[in-house]
Design a protein around this ligand. Structure first.
Ligand SMILES: Nc1ncnc2c1ncn2[C@@H]1O[C@H](COP(=O)(O)OP(=O)(O)OP(=O)(O)O)[C@@H](O)[C@H]1O
Ligand SMILES: [Mg+2]
Length: 308
């Protein structure tokens, strides 16, 4: 079983001809609701790939909360431990988007900010028996520290997505099996620019392994050795949630395959997520990932890239 302890959000996207200046009112062209939050996205990503998944987190007692829970359940995610809170609204991101792609965003963590140690203590026995635990940085870091300090040593496998980037100080890094920053996050977390030295710094601080997500370059595994795992060439439409597709897939594959094969599987899921619009609608199903993996000439992962 995969446990995800994290965020669930509703994104409210208003299309505008022009982003209003302070004090100004402009007519919006449309308003759309998109379920998101890295926690919920990663839970759905793993469930669509065939894993048994339970999501742990909080939403408000409001219609957005109802919709987020329904959406998770529709993908087969166990939501029995999701808490509804009175004091805070469901997390939202209010987004204004111009046709040029320019945007302005205000995020309200709401109920996600109330995913505290007391809640983690209540659900702890359930996450401690999971095979894999997926975490991100959209809930308070104190809660993540609380959980990592108490988990059994050898299970679950902990995969932490340090996004949005925040300082790792205060976290027991030696209980993180796989940290999955992208290049920007890696340099913010370490203050070091090069991928390899930055990742090696994290290993020296106790992290057991680093997977650096690198967009169309695929990903890098930095453990005892460093290995580049190329991704598949796809027609990119919208890269939103590629990272969440990748992490959900990694959680799904890490108990079944070698780390390099698991990263290849996650690359395929991330690549497919870029071929469709939106976050959750673009998260691929198992059959799509299997088809893409079968279509790409299988070369031993980590071998030098072909030069055409
Ligand atoms: N253009 C692309 N072509 C093929 N695969 C891609 C592309 N973009 C992303 N991917 C795949 O998806 C994975 C995750 O994407 P990315 O590196 O953008 O993560 P991220 O920066 O964490 O993204 P997010 O903003 O969604 O959190 C990559 O490691 C890669 O496997
Ligand atoms: Mg990311």
């Amino acid at each position: 079983m995969i446990a995800v302890l994290g965020s669930a959000n509703m994104d409210l996207v208003t299309e505008v001809a022009r982003i209003p200046r302070p004090g100004e009112t402009v007519a919006g062209e449309s308003l759309r609701y998109y379920p998101g939050g890295k926690g919920a996205n990663q839970a759905i990503a793993a469930a669509r790939l065939g894993s048994a998944v339970a999501f742990f987190g909080k939403v408000g007692r409001d219609p957005f909360g109802d919709r987020l829970i329904q959406g998770l359940r529709a993908d087969g995610v166990d939501v029995s431990a999701v808490a509804r809170v009175e004091e805070f609204p469901t997390g939202t991101a209010s987004i204004w988007v111009e046709r040029t792609g320019e945007n302005a965003i205000a995020c309200v963590p709401g109920a996600n900010g109330a995913v505290d140690a007391a809640y983690a203590a209540r659900i702890f026995d359930r996450i401690a028996v999971a095979d894999v635990l997926l975490l991100q940085f959209e809930i308070p870091l104190a809660t993540i520290a609380f959980v990592l300090e108490r988990l059994p040593k050898e299970r679950p496998i902990v995969i932490l997505d340090p996004a949005p980037a925040q300082s790792l100080s205060g976290l027991p890094l030696d209980r993180i099996d796989i940290l999955t920053p992208n290049r920007t996050e890696l340099s913010i977390l370490t203050g070091i620019d090069g991928l390899e030295p930055a990742a090696r710094r994290l290993l020296s601080l106790g992290v057991r392994g680093v997977v650096c997500k690198a967009g169309d370059q695929g990903a890098y595994w930095i453990g005892e050795t460093t290995t580049h795992v190329p991704t598949m060439a796809v027609e990119v439409v919208d890269s939103t949630a590629a990272g969440d597709a990748f992490n959900g897939a990694l959680g799904c594959a890490v108990t079944e395959r070698s780390i390099l094969e698991a990263i290849r599987f996650a690359n395929a899921a991330g690549a497919l997520a870029t071929t469709k619009h939106g976050a959750q609608p673009s998260l691929p199903r198992r059959s799509e990932v299997d088809r893409l993996l079968a279509a790409v000439p299988s070369r031993p992962v980590g071998s030098p890239r072909s030069r055409g």
